[in-house]
Design a protein around this ligand. Structure first.
Ligand code: CP
Length: 305
């Protein structure tokens, strides 16, 4: 079996070999996606998305991944569901299982909510983002994008710049790229840097130009206003003056460096429009890689292959 666990809850729980095997399988799925070839691996199965937070990419790609594998899909959100009548997360998952759902991708604002759901059901649970904790399929799709471009991870220099403090994407990527032998640097003002982040095995730099020197992959992150209880930067204008990634900042990186962003992007704040649209930007490729990764993860977990 590719994955030991019945669930995909975080990169932290994965062994290096499991990540390699998911990426190899996702690479095959990406060839199907690029060739617009649909599969019937999950014919007769049903996959649900259960989202307690807003999403475009993750929700649509899980739904399309299931459809492109021949499964049916159910999309449940707080609005319009009995969650608003007080139904618990575990009771909602149990209801979906009773309705013949075979796997549930959950996005939840509370860190650990997906672990709680997974412990209380025997169907696969996939973490589609839990609070500021982890977003494992995002890190896997970022890794697939990098692997496709550079062939591997050993010695590759990844710089993650932006709101590290509130970012589940940063956490999952630090864990994944470290496990795969890359060298990870995080860059933000100290107010957006979580205490003890260096214990995760990354270099902490507050100066953007210094961080970008020699980088092979640069990942910009938006400021997660929805997770902030108070203002962590005195003004957005000032933040952008020091931390926005434009083509000029990108020129400090390696000449073959790629520019990544999990999106949604806030043009003009953490990234300029010209950088987002330049030929080094792989933001659209990341989104397509996400479809392939989610196809791979659904197939692996539902069929226990
Ligand atoms: N990158 C990402 O998770 O995007 P969505 O919030 O639109 O799903």
């Amino acid at each position: 079996m590719i994955l030991e666990s019945k669930d995909l809850l975080g990169i932290d729980e994965l062994k290096k070999e499991e990540i390699e095997n998911i990426l190899s399988y996702a690479d095959k799925m990406l060839a199907c996606v690029e060739g617009r070839k649909n599969l019937d691996n999950l014919k007769g199965k049903c996959v649900a998305t259960l989202f307690y937070e807003n999403s475009t990419r993750t929700r649509v790609s899980f739904q399309n991944a299931a459809l492109f594998l021949g499964a049916h899909t159910v999309a449940l959100e707080e609005a319009g569901s009995s969650i608003l009548k007080g139904e618990s997360l575990v009771d909602t998952v149990s209801t979906l299982k009773s309705l013949n759902v075979d796997a549930v991708a959950i996005r939840h604002p509370m860190s650990g909510a997906v672990h709680y759901a997974a412990r209380n059901t025997d169907i696969p649970i996939i973490n589609a983002g839990d609070g500021a904790h982890e977003h494992p399929t995002q890190a896997l799709l970022d890794a697939l994008t990098v692997k496709r471009r550079f062939g591997g991870f050993k010695g590759l220099k990844l710089v993650i710049a932006g709101d590290i403090k509130h970012s589940r994407v940063a956490r999952s990527n630090i864990l994944l790229f470290n496990k795969m032998g890359a060298d990870v640097t995080v860059c933000a003002p100290l107010s957006l840097m979580p205490d003890g982040i260096e214990d995760m095995g990354c270099r902490v730099v507050t100066d953007l130009d210094q961080a970008l020197k020699g980088a092979n992959a640069v990942m910009a992150l938006r400021i997660q206003f929805e997770r902030q209880k108070s203002g962590f930067v005195p003004s957005l204008k000032e933040y952008s003056a020091f931390y926005r990634i434009g083509t000029e900042q990108l020129s400090k990186a390696d000449k073959n460096a790629i520019l990544m962003h999990p999106a949604p992007i806030n043009r003009g704040i953490e990234i300029t429009g010209s950088a987002a649209d330049c030929d080094r930007s792989v933001i659209c490729s990341q989104i397509t890689s996400g479809l392939a990764v989610r196809m791979a993860v659904l197939d692996i977990l539902v069929r226990r292959i």
